[in-house]
Every structure is written in C-alpha cells, then in structure tokens.
Design a protein around this ligand. Structure first.
Ligand code: PAF
Length: 282
C-alpha cells in the first residue's frame, strides 16, 4: 500500500504517468479510523479508479489544546484497517510542519453564516481550521470526488460552500452516519468513553428519534424544552446544544414550512468528551 508522508512525495506520485486519466477519490480523515470512516473509503473505492485516504490531525481546527492532545492517534492500526480493505488505497499522512510550512494558522473564509451557529458557536475558529486543511488537501490531491460523513453535517455544508467560493472542481459527497449497535454515532472520540458510558450513550440517539416523532405534531419550541428536560440533572451527559434547523441555511427553525428540510442537531458532553449527532426530521 503506497504511503506518503510529504506533500512533495504525494504530488510526485499523483503526477506519474499511470495516474493520468484515472478518476480519483479523496477521503480526508484525522485517523483513529472506525467503521464510519471505512464506509466512506468503501464508497470512494466503488466510485473511483484510485482512492487517497489522508490521515492528519489538524491542529488549526481545535480551539482547545487539551482536546488536540487527547485526540486518539493510531496510525499503525489505521494502516492495517485500510490494508484489509485494499492494498491499492493510497495513504497521505503528512506532518504538521510539512502541511503548514512555518505558519500553523487558519485562513479567513466567508461561509455566509453557516459557521456561526452550533459547532461554530461553541468551538471558536473551528470551521476556519477545517476549511483551511480541506482546501489544502483538495489542492494537493486534486480529486474528482471527496467524501465526508453526515455526522458532521454542519462541516459538510460548509465544505460544499468552500468548494463553491474557492472555485474548486471537485464533487463533495455526503455519506450517512454509521452507528454502534445501541445507536451511538460512530466517532473516534467514542474510544475515550468508558464501556459503561459508551453503552449508556445510546440515549443521545434515542432522544433524537423521539424528537423526530414529536416533530410530526409538536412545535419546535416544545421539542427543544423536552430535550433540555431529558438532560437536566442527567448523571452521565451534559447537553451543550440542541437545535432544530433548516438543512440548507442551518438556521434554527422559526415556523415549519412545507417546502423545507429540517434536521435535529445535538452536542453532549460525557465528562470532557464531546459527542455530536444529528437526525433528518422530514
Ligand atoms: O471530519 C474530520 O475528520 C475533519 O474535520 C477533516 C474533514 C478530516 C478535516 O481535518
């Protein structure tokens, strides 16, 4: 399985004769791969001649240095998992210095307010960091298609906006959330939960599913109150936000409109581990 640790080597490989006229898919990841990532890689393999998986824990998208320190890293295991899928996957695992040269900082973007609510409100600068690394990766690899999970639905919408505003010729493909047997959305952070709390965390998805049922008959305000009450004094989980928002603009719903699509978004803390999830409501 070809693995490249520098932009220079990655570019040189992509530029070799045999790679021209072949379709290329990119799956950007921060490693600690799980079934969710692997489902993106499988989809990319089924739709492209060649697939690059990038593994890079991007410092500029972490607003909290402790969160960055504690982010799980498991390159050897990641490579094993990818190898089992296909020896032909191309891995790009650069260092921070190689990616950012001497300036480890984000670019400034205009995302039309998509970055201001939910994750953006609680994680200052997060989406500028995501935008910066995704733009860099797209420019280095130059894929035809790039794959992102819907667990980070806000990120997905922002990347679609980024591609438009930066005139990048790539198709952004959103892929459905993979879940653990109890419904917990798969995430690299789940590894940091104790077995007991991981089991109990199915509660987050259960709450979203009930919110979806209520969405048929109840007002959004009523549902928000109900969700807040579910987490009040909860012994394991602390609610950071719950929002019912328009899928396109991500703005919180005011009044249900028939022609609009809505999604419920949630962020919860289990001790210092932050978990997010979302569910399509209509
Ligand atoms: O979703 C992620 O894992 C990251 O935000 C991404 C897209 C790989 C950028 O670092």
């Amino acid at each position: 399985m070809p693995i490249f640790y520098t932009k220079k080597d990655m570019l040189a490989f992509l530029d070799t004769e045999g790679n021209h006229n072949q379709t290329l898919g990119l799956v950007p990841t921060m490693g600690a791969l799980h079934k969710g990532h692997l489902s993106l890689v499988k989809k990319a393999i089924s739709e492209n001649d060649k697939v690059v998986v990038s593994i890079f824990v991007n410092p500029t998208q972490f607003d909290n240095p402790e969160d960055l320190d504690k982010y799980p890293r498991s390159l050897d295991n990641d490579l094993e998992l990818l190898k089992k899928l296909s020896e032909e996957i191309i891995v790009f695992a650069p260092s921070i210095a190689d990616v950012y040269d001497s300036q480890v900082r984000s670019k400034t973007y205009e995302f039309d307010g998509l970055d201001k609510m939910m994750e953006g409100k609680y994680r200052t600068g997060h989406f500028e960091g995501v935008g910066t690394i995704v733009e860099l990766l797209l420019r280095i690899v130059g894929p035809d298609k790039a794959y992102f999970g819907e667990k980070d639905f806000q990120q997905l919408q922002i990347i679609k906006k980024l591609v438009k505003t930066q005139n990048l010729s790539v198709e952004i493909i959103g892929c459905p959330i993979e879940r653990e047997p109890n419904g917990l959305a798969m995430s690299s952070r789940n590894e940091r939960l104790s077995q007991e709390v991981r089991q109990k965390a199915g509660f987050i998805y259960e709450t979203l599913k009930t919110a979806k049922v209520k969405f048929g008959t109840k007002s959004a305000k009523n549902i928000v109150y109900w969700v807040v009450s579910q987490f009040e004094n909860h012994e394991d989980f602390k609610l950071e936000y719950f929002s019912i928002s328009d899928e396109e603009t991500l703005s919180p719903i005011h009044k249900k409109e028939n022609n609009k699509k809505y999604r419920a978004f949630i962020a919860v803390y289990a001790d210092d581990i932050r978990l997010i999830d979302n569910l399509k409501l209509n």
